[in-house]
Design a protein around this ligand. Sequence first.
Ligand code: CUA
Length: 158
Amino acid sequence: MSAIDKSEKKVLLVTGSVLSLFIFSILYARGRNNDLPECLPFNKTYLEPKVTRLDKETYQVYAVAQMWQFQPSQIVVPVGSEVDFFVTSKDVVHGFNITEKNVNMMAIYGNINKTTVKFEKPGIYKIICHEYCGIGHQGMQAEVIVNYPPGTINNKNQ
Ligand code: CUA
């Protein structure tokens, strides 16, 4: 008498293959894409909203969500900028979604979520709270304005 039935062997084989595929996909995505959202250790400095310019096209934004607004509410960067968003909340759980960008994060008190976004096209990108957070939820938004820096294409007179 065989210890393992034929059909059990099949199930084990299929399960093993699917599991390997999952592990492979995770490693593959990790290797290809460095700007997956990350979770950083909490630090009170992140509760101070700010925009820091690291160089011509690199910015850091400390985005703070609270009932019912995001601070800073308006972020202006030049076309081609790469922006690191460090997102946290001062109170309840909020959402942090940037329209037309693949950003879908939570803003949670005591927690810092980080993602990096490259803005290649000019325009106004809304930041929207997409997690119900109370009576003012539907009006909770901010914006990233992406435009050409002075002295380029847009401003011929400068
Ligand atoms: Cu904040 Cu919904």
